[in-house]
Design a protein around this ligand. Structure first.
Ligand code: APR
Length: 241
């Protein structure tokens, strides 16, 4: 039995399957991941310099100027066949939910209903002073037109509702950990599992399966390990599960 059939069997035997996704599930939508050699975002810039709390407070205009094209690309991307396959697995009752490190909202746009965003999302930005929330795209247009940094009517500077390096993790992370502890199977798709504490979810689950192009920190504890493209593998999985 090949590894996709093995994974399909684990899925159908599991009574409670949780999926953990990373940037690798969105590369087929044209969004670069972070650590793929040569193409990952972090091979072109320092994450601590770009998406960190200190970078935003030190120079908010520079933060927004540099992140605007990245945020715009994510916000204007479309779900790919991997996102749709995961939504289909949820519809079939084979996946309880998705914990995602991604901020692109592509799982929801593909039809997944139960999605925990442990690194936040790009749909809106908030004012740290008065709590006002705004849709992200008009703020990105403001920044692109030179009206930067984008300010709230109260004078505060908007910050995206994503988890920046240096931020504390949202409550969604605690729930993700609770889910990982009780699930029968955790399926990791498109993550290097390099970033703590999200990567700690993998060894927490009673059984682990991984679909990833590159090596991950948890390969040797996976019951099933598939080196392949998320879209192709997940769609083949649909034929067996
Ligand atoms: N199919 C399967 N795997 C893929 C694909 C694909 N089409 N494209 C890339 N990959 C794999 C890469 O080999 C890599 O191992 O996806 C993994 C993505 O890993 P990272 O780039 O480290 O992304 P991720 O694990 O999501 O990073 C976690 O780090 O910088 C932070 O906040 C950022 O949420 C991000 C977190």
């Amino acid at each position: 039995m090949d590894s996709i059939e093995q994974l399909a069997r684990l899925l159908t035997e599991s009574k409670d399957t949780l999926v953990l996704t990373g940037a690798g599930v969105s590369t087929e939508s044209g969004i670069p991941d972070f650590r793929s050699p040569g193409t990952g975002l972090w091979s072109q810039m320092d994450p601590m310099e770009l998406l960190s709390r200190s970078a935003l407070s030190r120079n908010p205009a520079e933060f927004w100027r540099r992140s605007e094209p990245i945020f715009r690309q994510m916000a204007s991307s479309q779900p790919n066949k991997g996102h749709y396959a995961l939504a289909q697995l949820e519809k079939r009752g084979l996946v309880r939910g998705i914990v995602t490190q991604n901020i692109d909202s592509l799982h929801q746009r593909a039809g997944s209903n139960c999605v925990l965003e442990v690194h936040g999302h790009l749909r809106t930005a908030s004012c740290p002073h008065c709590g006002a929330e705004r849709e992200m795209l008009p703020l990105l247009d403001q920044v692109a037109s030179g009206d930067n940094p984008p300010r709230c009517n109260c004078g505060g500077i908007f910050r995206p509702n994503v988890v920046l390096y240096g931020d504390t993790l949202p409550d969604a992370f605690q729930r993700a950990f609770q889910w990982a502890r009780v699930c029968d199977l955790l399926l990791v798709v498109g993550s290097s599992l390099e970033v703590a504490p999200v990567c700690w979810l993998a060894p927490t689950a009673s059984r682990l399966a991984i679909i990833n192009l590159g090596e991950t920190q948890c390969d040797e504890i996976a019951s099933v390990l598939i080196r392949g493209k998320a879209g192709e593998v997940l769609n083949s999985l649909l034929e067996f599960a």
